[in-house]
Design a protein around this ligand. Structure first.
Ligand SMILES: [Zn+2]
Length: 82
Protein backbone atom coordinates (compact mmCIF):
# COMPACT_ATOMS: atom_id res chain seq x y z
CA UNK A 1 0.00 0.00 0.00
CA UNK A 2 1.34 3.39 -0.93
CA UNK A 3 0.14 6.84 -0.12
CA UNK A 4 0.97 10.20 -1.57
CA UNK A 5 2.73 13.08 0.08
CA UNK A 6 0.26 15.36 1.86
CA UNK A 7 1.88 18.55 0.63
CA UNK A 8 -0.30 20.37 -1.90
CA UNK A 9 0.89 19.84 -5.43
CA UNK A 10 3.29 17.06 -4.50
CA UNK A 11 2.65 13.73 -6.18
CA UNK A 12 5.58 11.86 -4.70
CA UNK A 13 5.05 8.65 -2.78
CA UNK A 14 5.03 9.17 0.98
CA UNK A 15 7.91 7.59 2.87
CA UNK A 16 7.47 9.18 6.27
CA UNK A 17 4.68 10.13 8.64
CA UNK A 18 4.66 13.38 10.55
CA UNK A 19 2.87 13.56 13.90
CA UNK A 20 2.78 16.29 16.48
CA UNK A 21 1.85 17.10 20.04
CA UNK A 22 0.77 20.68 20.68
CA UNK A 23 1.14 20.50 24.45
CA UNK A 24 4.68 19.18 24.35
CA UNK A 25 5.54 21.17 21.24
CA UNK A 26 7.12 18.18 19.61
CA UNK A 27 6.79 16.86 16.10
CA UNK A 28 7.87 13.39 15.10
CA UNK A 29 9.01 12.01 11.82
CA UNK A 30 8.46 8.27 11.67
CA UNK A 31 8.74 5.69 8.96
CA UNK A 32 5.45 5.64 7.06
CA UNK A 33 2.80 4.16 9.32
CA UNK A 34 0.48 1.45 8.02
CA UNK A 35 -2.74 3.39 8.48
CA UNK A 36 -3.34 7.06 7.95
CA UNK A 37 -4.22 8.92 11.12
CA UNK A 38 -6.27 12.15 11.21
CA UNK A 39 -3.60 13.83 13.33
CA UNK A 40 -0.67 12.88 11.19
CA UNK A 41 0.56 13.71 7.73
CA UNK A 42 2.34 11.56 5.20
CA UNK A 43 5.33 13.14 3.57
CA UNK A 44 7.62 12.15 0.74
CA UNK A 45 11.34 11.88 1.39
CA UNK A 46 12.13 15.36 0.10
CA UNK A 47 9.43 17.08 2.13
CA UNK A 48 10.34 15.10 5.22
CA UNK A 49 13.95 16.19 4.85
CA UNK A 50 12.89 19.80 4.36
CA UNK A 51 10.62 19.74 7.40
CA UNK A 52 11.12 22.59 9.83
CA UNK A 53 9.30 23.30 13.07
CA UNK A 54 8.12 26.60 14.56
CA UNK A 55 10.28 28.42 17.10
CA UNK A 56 10.04 26.69 20.47
CA UNK A 57 9.16 23.34 18.93
CA UNK A 58 11.32 20.27 18.73
CA UNK A 59 11.61 17.90 15.81
CA UNK A 60 12.36 14.27 16.57
CA UNK A 61 13.41 12.32 13.53
CA UNK A 62 12.77 8.74 14.51
CA UNK A 63 13.14 7.23 11.07
CA UNK A 64 16.78 6.29 11.43
CA UNK A 65 16.83 5.02 14.99
CA UNK A 66 13.88 2.82 15.74
CA UNK A 67 14.38 0.93 18.96
CA UNK A 68 16.91 3.46 20.21
CA UNK A 69 14.56 6.12 21.47
CA UNK A 70 15.28 8.01 24.66
CA UNK A 71 12.89 7.11 27.44
CA UNK A 72 11.64 10.64 27.78
CA UNK A 73 10.01 10.52 24.36
CA UNK A 74 6.68 8.73 24.30
CA UNK A 75 6.08 6.07 21.69
CA UNK A 76 4.23 7.17 18.58
CA UNK A 77 0.82 5.85 19.66
CA UNK A 78 1.00 7.34 23.14
CA UNK A 79 1.41 10.82 21.74
CA UNK A 80 -2.35 11.04 21.25
CA UNK A 81 -3.22 10.14 24.82
CA UNK A 82 -2.28 13.49 26.30
ZN1 LIG B 1 6.26 15.77 -1.05
Amino acid sequence: MTRQCARPGCRAVATATLAYDYQQRITWLDPLVDEAHPMSYDLCHDHAQAMTVPRGWRLEDRRARRGAMPRSVPPFEDAYAY
